[in-house]
Design a protein around this ligand. Structure first.
Ligand SMILES: [Zn+2]
Ligand SMILES: [Zn+2]
Length: 484
């Protein structure tokens, strides 16, 4: 029998002397940096998600208000121009993905034009000589004389072979109809303010006078908060398979493949190529869906991006015009690619992997000093669209520096600092005004200001040190080196 002493030491009542011995590593459970990172992701993703910040009833009331407005708007479009009638409206984006952070202030919709199902409309692949061929782009041929309902002149142009092809100008025509609706059915405010934190009075709506990427952008009063609405009018592809695909007009990719030229013109000025997009993907296709663990990281990254873009820009003096935020779609693509080859069971490790996409990490002489420097031009990470691998969603480069330095600060300070009280300060509605001199978070603000100063394009701007050092609780030092 075991002695009392043994029992206390080993916590066992069994006699061990004659038992076979164990080999292999002994699993020791202790809170290390990665566990703290995992806890951070769990806490932030829970608290930042709107489903944990508002009651279901409030969210339903808010969303119904927005959807009613968009529904009436789409009905109005068909009444005004029957040829541009809307058949269905696809709900899209973070709100419907259960990944919206802080407030329900953005909704994405894709109204599908009934024109899609007209026999006189035919979607076709660009010819193989076209530089957009096999990358998820299509041409939309129409036969205007055979359309069941007329569409406005200017909605199509003829290519060099005399075929009529649907033109992105149709989106501008839609924009003007949407504007008519907004003027007639709400208190129209002429300009869409640049201020992302603008608060609208009840019944007020404004809109961008141009297309924002593929979208018409509105901003409106709604019960819980001023809300942005992206309307991406699209054509559905009559399809062979179960998957439903739509075509959206992307003004950036629209111009010039150099091959599909317009009638009577040589280059430049090609017909418009429409961008394919999936909207109905069967759930067994895990490639396209984030698992629970990576979804939490997605929400956390969206929250940090929100902090930078909606809270921190205001206090960062200097020129921030070079900076561009990473969209929610880009974060999703980054994580889907990562998830595909991820072997980790700790989301903290994944967080570090994502941050390090942007940086080269080096540990010199002194093992406790880790230096991060942005990757060079030749090492730039291209994030392909998971649905269309030949299409690059984004090149992660210098215009994303500020956002990645923010992610790096968070990741390193969670990993190497035992103090966790500042996590709540990030979630506080007063952040960053709640940060006091001497707080750990002050070094985050100072670091971001330093990045902006370093990037200041003015030749007479004061020179700043290209290296910035953070000293952590565990004596690890992180050096951010913007140049050698
Ligand atoms: Zn082309
Ligand atoms: Zn992972």
């Amino acid at each position: 029998m075991t002695t009392a002493g043994n029992s206390q030491t080993h916590g066992t009542i069994f006699e061990m002397a004659d038992s076979p011995s164990f080999i292999g590593p002994y699993l020791v459970r202790k809170v290390d940096g990665y566990d703290r990172l995992r806890d951070f992701v769990n806490i932030i993703s829970f608290n930042a998600n709107i489903k944990n910040r508002f009651t279901v009833e409030k969210l339903i009331e808010h969303t119904s208000y927005v959807e009613d407005f968009v529904g009436s708007l789409c009905k109005f479009v068909g009444e005004k121009v029957p040829g541009l009638r809307i058949n269905e409206i696809i709900r899209r984006g973070s709100y419907y993905d259960n990944a919206k952070v802080m407030s329900p202030d953005e909704y994405d919709f894709m109204p599908i034009l009934a024109l899609s199902y007209d026999d006189a409309v035919n979607v076709k692949d660009p010819p193989k000589e076209c530089s957009f061929a096999a990358r998820g782009y299509k041409l939309i041929n129409i036969n205007p004389d055979n359309l069941k309902e007329e569409i406005p002149r200017g909605s199509w142009r003829k290519n060099k072979d005399g075929e009529c092809q649907l033109d992105l100008k149709v989106l501008m025509i839609l924009l003007h109809i949407v504007k008519d609706f907004v003027i007639q059915h709400s208190k129209f405010r002429e300009e869409l303010l640049e201020d992302p934190n603008a608060v609208y009075d009840e019944g007020v709506t404004s809109m961008q006078q141009f297309l924002h990427g593929t979208c018409i952008m509105l901003r409106m009063w709604a019960p819980l908060c001023t809300t942005d609405i992206d309307l991406c009018f699209c054509i559905e592809q009559k399809n062979q398979s179960d998957e439903r695909r739509v075509l959206v007009g992307d003004c950036i990719n629209g111009g010039g493949c150099g091959y599909c030229t317009l009638k009577g013109r040589s280059t430049p000025g090609s017909v418009d190529h429409w961008t394919e997009s999936f909207f109905d993907i069967s759930p067994d296709q895990h490639l396209y869906i984030l698992d629970t663990m990576h979804k939490k990281l997605f929400v956390t990254l969206k929250f940090l991006s929100y902090l930078l873009n909606k809270r921190l820009y205001d206090i960062l003096e200097g020129d921030i015009s070079i900076q561009r935020e990473l969209s929610s779609y880009v974060y999703k693509m980054i994580l889907l690619h990562h998830q595909h080859s991820c072997q980790s069971t700790n989301i903290g490790i994944c967080f570090e992997t994502i941050v390090e996409l942007y940086f080269n990490r080096s540990t010199k002489n002194d093992a406790d000093t880790v230096t991060y420097s942005p990757k060079g031009k030749e090492e730039i990470v291209k994030i392909p669209d998971i649905y269309f691998p030949k299409r690059t969603v984004v090149d992660i480069e210098s215009e994303h520096l500020l956002e990645f330095v923010l992610l790096l600060w968070i990741q390193r300070h969670v990993k190497h600092n035992t103090n966790t009280t500042w996590w709540n300060d990030l979630l506080d509605k007063d952040f960053p005004n709640n940060v006091k001199q001497g707080d750990l978070l002050q070094t985050l603000l100072d670091t971001l200001k330093w990045v902006i100063q370093f990037q200041d394009p003015r030749t007479d701007a004061p020179k700043v040190n290209p290296r910035y050092t953070w000293i952590h609780d565990d004596n690890v030092k992180t050096v951010v080196a913007l140049s050698d």
